[in-house]
Every structure is written in structure tokens, then in C-alpha cells.
Design a protein. Structure first.
Length: 583
């Protein structure tokens, strides 16, 4: 069966070669207008420019590319669209207006990149994206200290934007990243700013638009511990606040709240799932927040990270940009002036782990949800299962046991030491099948080698769940030729405390993940990843006809469930919360 999460099943969006930021607005007549940065070469080459394409069938087919700006030089890059109430479409972008050919930089390759400097400008379309104004209009962006300290003392501005414009209290807001210097990691230092127009929604003469730069003062939104803070994007909250998220090289994205319409912001801080809660992990990649028509939020991120800032060298400068596959989403709901994020779900993946999936847009049209994304030379649009989104938005209230795919359920009395039951058939992981093994477990010792559940045959083929020397629980898969294994995060299990452990084996994405006591493992401070990949060529795991329970366990298995499919994280959380309510 086709797995819609696999990006190969999306609909292609036309481009030249390089393509980035495929962002869409839905016009009053129902057409989709997608704008993007493209070029015949690679990212940053001098022919880079911005285009539009129109779809009349929700992204299944597209018009030929329409130049908003012709191929460079000069470069036109990083376009983001906005649909005004009048139906006019604005395209905001970075323009190398002075046609600068080289820039002061630490490395020769960086000196040749002149696509992240110049003026912040816009053009507009009054016919649904088919033609664009001849004239471009410059947005005055106020100088900050980071501009004054750049090699040109602010005479040349370094910046770009990935922020799809939003409306907040009748004004238009666009986030952008000011850059201080080019070197290690290309943008060597950066911070966030915003431009605001209080009359774009009502003024038809582009020359009469008013603009101001926020926040107040001459310092933007920065990272807590290092020099890189970029790709700021934001949403307007129900209580009148603004929420902003942005990327760093510290292994976490950052977030900030403004209670005064962007003039001041909370101090730099790593994003957390809930106020005072666990930090969200993320590399130096697109980290986007959106608000849907139902008032709920979505956060796009990659759910792994480490502090690269302390070890940035020329040899390692690309590392924070890598590993953008798979994509995870968290669902957000607003409570008491803060956004509370759900445990995340794996949303999109590619078969090649090295594929980089990034720079999405989120489209809501006729009751359906879509995501665009790019791998830099391929752009696609995907319809997303609304049930997955709705599940995350209601995850905190879910307290029911999932029954779909439940192939085996054993109560405490059926899980006594040495007990056995018929082992369900394990689906073919190569064909995209999956399974989930869930236990309620009380350990008297964290010593290694304790068998919790074992479906292996005499030849070792099968699966086994056991304790490790790291004080964790590990799932091992063995097809007689290869073994793959992954464990939960260290530090989560405590002797004498009952734990709810769910091991999820996703045969589509070829990933093993653990949910322990209602939280998806993310590696914590112990490791970069909380999820692990298994051998994609794994053959049959059907070993023993019996599943043996607690063969040498120091403790007790209180309950066991086996599903012949991978559970969503929301379903695993719901099972945990149902058990908590029952207790």
C-alpha cells in the first residue's frame, strides 16, 4: 500500500534546477499561486531568480514558470508571497540591487555568494500571479548594530527571509535574518528582525505603504549561547501576542514571545514543548510555525540535535545543515498565553537518509491540508492526513486504548515470569509494514540482559525486548542475516517505579522509536537522536510461534500489547494516558 508520507508520492512543482521556498497562496478563484527561488545551476549561482507558477487543481498540475524577476545577475532570491484582501499578491524578496559580484568573506567560496545581500523589495500581481509589476519597491529596513559591524559598516546589508508574511492586529509582519559576516557555515553570525506595515491591507498605492523595523533598539532576536540565529518566522496568537521560532547551531530551535506587537521580546531561549518543559531538538534547518483556520498551530522540525556551535570548524561547517530526513511535526494549542506542543509525529520521509527535506509551506484548502517542500533540486506538494494533525491537537486529552491492529493483549496475570502466548505474525518491513510492542514494566533492577519479551526461534530469528548495560530497554530485530536494534533514552527508567514503554517499528520510514511514559524519546542530553534506523533490507522476523514473557526478569511485566502495525505517537500517548486514568 502506498505510504503518503514518502515524499516520492507527492506532486512535482515545476522549476529550473535549483529550487527553494515553494510557498503558496490560494486566490479567491481557488487557484494556487506558488512562488519560489530557482536557477539553472546550484544554490547561489548568479542566474538565481524568482518565479511563479499557477495550479488550478490543488497542485496536481502547474502552469509553465512565470518570471517575477528574470534570471540574474543581479540575483533575486528568497521570495515569500502574501495575498491581500483586495486579491493582490505581493512577492517579497532579497535583491542584489547594486549587482555586487563579490563580498567580503572568510572563504573564497563564500565571497562568490551574493544572493543574501542588497535590498528588501517587493513586486505585486493583480491578475492571480500570471503577470507581475514592472516596478519593484524597496522596503526601508532600519540599521541594527549587526549591520554597523559588518565589513561594509552597513553600507551593504546582509540578510534574507524565509518568513511567509502574517497579519497581526491589522498590520502585515515579515521576519528576516540580518547577517553580520560570511564564513564558517556561510552565515557566520545572524539575528532576527521584522518589518511591519500598518496600511498594506488597505492601501492600493505601493509607494504609499508605511514600514517600520522591529524590535525597538538596535539588537535583534539572538541565540542564547552562540552567534547564529536565523530564519525567524512568526504567528499571531489569540491573546494578542506574537510567537516567533528560529534556528540555531546549538541543537535546539529558539522561540520568543512578544506581548507588545513585536517591539520587545522575551529573552533568547531554546524552544520547549510546554512552559518549563523539555527542550525541542533541531539542527540548523528550516523550523517553521503556522497557524491554521481552526486556531491550532503546527511546528515543522527534525527532532534531533547537538551543540554544533562549540565545534564549528571548516571541516564541520556543513554538519548542522544535514540530516533533514525525516520531518516531524508537533501540534500546538494555546493555553494561558503560551503555545503547548504535542509529542511529535513523523510526517514525511525519503528512502535515502541523506535526502534533505526542507522549506515547507502549509496550505489549507476546501477542508484539506497540504504541505509543500523542497530538496533543493526537487519540489513537491503533499496532501496530509488530517487525522494525524487532529490527533496531535487533541493528544493531551486522548485517554483511550487503541484497538486497530491489536493482535495480542495480555493482562498482568498472563504476563507472569516464564509465561508464553501465541506470537502474532510480524509484517514484512521491506514492504512498509510495521509493528508495535508495548509493555507496562516494573523493574527491581536495571542490570543488563533481562528478557522482557522474546519471539526468537532457536536460530535467533525474531524480535526480543531486553534491558541493557545503559539502564535502558532495547528492541532487537534479527532476520538470520542481520541484526538491527535501538533502545530508549538513558535515564528514564527507575527501579521500583512502573513504566509504560512502547517500541514502534515503522517499516515505511525504516525507523525504531520509543515512547516512555507518554513522551517520545529524543536522545536527551545523551545522544543526538532519539530514534534509530534499521536495515531496510530486513527480511522476515517471524521466528518462534510463541512469545515468551519475563524469562529472567527481576521485576514484573504488568501488561503487554502487540500491534501488527506501527502506532502513531499520539496513539501510544493515548494508551499511556488511558492506563494512568485506570490506575
Amino acid at each position: 500500500m502506498k505510504d503518503w508520507r514518502n515524499i516520492i508520492h507527492g506532486n512535482l512543482i515545476p522549476k529550473e534546477n535549483y529550487c527553494d521556498q515553494p510557498y503558496v497562496v490560494v486566490t479567491p478563484d481557488g487557484n494556487w499561486v506558488c512562488v519560489m527561488t530557482t536557477g539553472k545551476g546550484e544554490e547561489g549561482e548568479r542566474d538565481q531568480h524568482i518565479v511563479a507558477t499557477v495550479s488550478k487543481d490543488q497542485g496536481r498540475t502547474w502552469s509553465p514558470l512565470i518570471d517575477i524577476e528574470p534570471p540574474g545577475p543581479p540575483e533575486a532570491s528568497w521570495v515569500t508571497p502574501f495575498l491581500a484582501p483586495s486579491g493582490r499578491i505581493y512577492a517579497f524578496y532579497t535583491y542584489n540591487a547594486a549587482n555586487i559580484e563579490r563580498v567580503a568573506a572568510r572563504y573564497e567560496w563564500a565571497a562568490k555568494r551574493v544572493d543574501t545581500l542588497g535590498e528588501f523589495v517587493f513586486k505585486y500581481s493583480d491578475d492571480g500571479g500570471f503577470t507581475w509589476s514592472d516596478e519593484r519597491y524597496t522596503i526601508p529596513v532600519r540599521e541594527f548594530r549587526i549591520d554597523q559591524d559588518n565589513p561594509y559598516r552597513g553600507e551593504v546589508r546582509f540578510f534574507w527571509s524565509v518568513c511567509k508574511p502574517i497579519v497581526h492586529k491589522g498590520s502585515l509582519y515579515i521576519g528576516l535574518a540580518k547577517v553580520g559576516s560570511f564564513g564558517d557555515g556561510f552565515m557566520e553570525s545572524s539575528e532576527g528582525a521584522f518589518v511591519r506595515s500598518d496600511n498594506l491591507l488597505i492601501e492600493s498605492d505601493p509607494s504609499l505603504l508605511r514600514w517600520e523595523t522591529l524590535p525597538d533598539g538596535d539588537v535583534g532576536l539572538r541565540a542564547p549561547e552562540s552567534a547564529v540565529a536565523d530564519e525567524h518566522n512568526l504567528v499571531s496568537m489569540h491573546d494578542g501576542s506574537l510567537y516567533c521560532t528560529y534556528r540555531t547551531t546549538e541543537g535546539h530551535n529558539c522561540h520568543a514571545y512578544s506581548r507588545d506587537d513585536g517591539r520587545t521580546w522575551t529573552p533568547p531561549a531554546h524552544a520547549v514543548y510546554t512552559p518549563g518543559g523539555r527542550k525541542i531538538k533541531h539542527p540548523r534547518a528550516a523550523n517553521f510555525v503556522r497557524k491554521f483556520g481552526n486556531g491550532k498551530y503546527i511546528l515543522w522540525f527534525h527532532n534531533h540535535g547537538k551543540n554544533w556551535a562549540s565545534e564549528m570548524t571548516p571541516e564541520k561547517m556543513s554538519e548542522p545543515y544535514e540530516l533533514r530526513n525525516p520531518v516531524w511535526l508537533a501540534g500546538g494549542v494555546e493555553r494561558n498565553g503560551f503555545i503547548h506542543w504535542s509529542q511529535p509525529e513523523l510526517m514525511l520521509y525519503a528512502d535515502d537518509p541523506a535526502t534533505r527535506i526542507s522549506y515547507p509551506d502549509f496550505i489549507e484548502d476546501q477542508g484539506k491540508y497540504f504541505i509543500t517542500e523542497t530538496q533543493k533540486t526537487i519540489a513537491r506538494v503533499h496532501e496530509i492526513d488530517s487525522k494525524l494533525l487532529e490527533g496531535m491537537w487533541s493528544q493531551a486529552e486522548r485517554r483511550i486504548v487503541e484497538t486497530k491492529g491489536l493482535a495480542l493483549e495480555l493482562s498482568e496475570g498472563e504476563c507472569a515470569a516464564g509465561a508464553a502466548a501465541a506470537c502474532p505474525k510480524i509484517p514484512d518491513l521491506r514492504a512498509g509494514g510495521g509493528f508495535t510492542l508495548e509493555v507496562r514494566l516494573l523493574l527491581d533492577s536495571l542490570s543488563q540482559g533481562q528478557i522482557i519479551a522474546d519471539c526468537r526461534g532457536s536460530d535467533g530469528i525474531g524480535i526480543v525486548l531486553y534491558t541493557t548495560d545503559a539502564g535502558t530497554v532495547q528492541l532487537e530485530l534479527n532476520d538470520g542475516r542481520t541484526r538491527s536494534s535501538w533502545d530508549c533514552d538513558p535515564g528514564l527508567l527507575t527501579v521500583g517505579v512502573e513504566h509504560h514503554i512502547t517500541a514502534i517499528v515503522d517499516g515505511g520510514a525504516k525507523i525504531i522509536s520509543f515512547v516512555v511514559d507518554g513522551e517520545l524519546c529524543d536522545g536527551g542530553t545523551y545522544r543526538q537522536f532519539g530514534f534509530g534506523r534499521f536495515n531496510p533490507y530486513m527480511r522476515s522476523l517471524n521466528g518462534s510461534s510463541a512469545i515468551r514473557i519475563a524469562a529472567n526478569l527481576q521485576g514484573a511485566v504488568k501488561a503487554l500489547r502487540f500491534y501488527d502495525r506501527y502506532l502513531t505517537v499520539t496513539e501510544a500517548v493515548g494508551n499511556y494516558q488511558a492506563a494512568q486514568m485506570a490506575d
